[in-house]
Design a protein around this ligand. Structure first.
Ligand code: C5P
Length: 225
């Protein structure tokens, strides 16, 4: 149907932060609200796609008619993504923690003497976007990553697209003055192997809609061969 151009297509979307535990009551997290990822998931659903949304801890409600899977850590997010393949497209908006704590304490770390500070050993988390982009089997036709950059954002994003192996990268400038991370608006540039396309500042819902239009165009030309 013309109003459901993604009917029959499956989409995987990641959204929100990850929380990496320090002890049973503390974690390392970030300011991601999940809003852009949720908005993209909803636009894809409205275009007819069957959407699975793998969400880190956010305060948003699970959207209607979307299979929302809540996870906490990067490793849980990776496992949930792999468990929901194959899909036609993957849009990775989650702000995944680059590191996790190696020496997670079994019990709440006590404040003892002022000079005895806890030492957190870190280890690297899996790069979910790179893993999905580089799958030998079940690689989605279209893999889209996000790049939140505070400087040199286009140059860094071009490098990132190549390094990770995704098809498109959506760049946003998250210098704190732009109030994008955690805010309600976004201003993005989509980079593909064909070039770049800039979208002026708009609500995250509008950006989700515009990205969905680009995705629809991609799958239309796919079908034409
Ligand atoms: O390298 P950087 O974190 O800037 O890359 C951002 C992109 O990679 C986003 O699409 C994000 O969802 C994804 N990513 C990921 N797993 C990580 C780190 C980033 O999927 N461990």
């Amino acid at each position: 149907a013309p109003d459901r151009p993604l009917e029959g297509k499956k989409a995987l979307v990641t959204a929100g932060p990850t929380f990496e535990p320090i002890d049973p009551i503390r974690f390392i997290g970030n300011y991601s609200s999940g809003r852009q990822g949720y908005a993209i998931a909803e636009s894809l659903r409205d275009a007819g796609a069957e959407v699975t949304l793998i969400s880190g801890p956010v305060s948003l409600s699970p959207p209607d008619n979307i299979n929302t899977v809540k996870v906490r850590t990067a490793n849980e997010m990776l496992d949930a993504c792999l468990a929901h393949l194959p899909v036609d497209m993957a849009v990775m908006t989650a702000a995944v923690s680059d590191w996790r704590v190696r020496n997670i304490a079994k019990h709440k770390i006590k404040k003892t003497a002022d000079i005895l500070l806890p030492i957190l050993e870190m280890e690297i988390n899996p790069d979910i976007l790179a893993k999905i982009s580089q799958l030998k089997n079940n690689r989605p036709k279209l893999v889209i990553g996000f790049a939140a950059e505070t400087e040199n954002h286009l140059k860094n994003a071009v490098d990132k697209r190549i390094r990770k192996g995704c098809d498109w990268i959506v760049v946003n400038d998250v210098r704190s003055s732009t109030n994008i991370m955690g805010g309600s608006e976004n201003e993005v540039t989509i980079l593909s192997s064909f070039g770049k396309q800039h979208f002026e500042r708009a609500s995250k819902e509008k950006i989700g809609y515009l990205l969905t239009q680009e995705i629809i165009t991609f799958f239309k030309s796919e079908n034409r061969g």
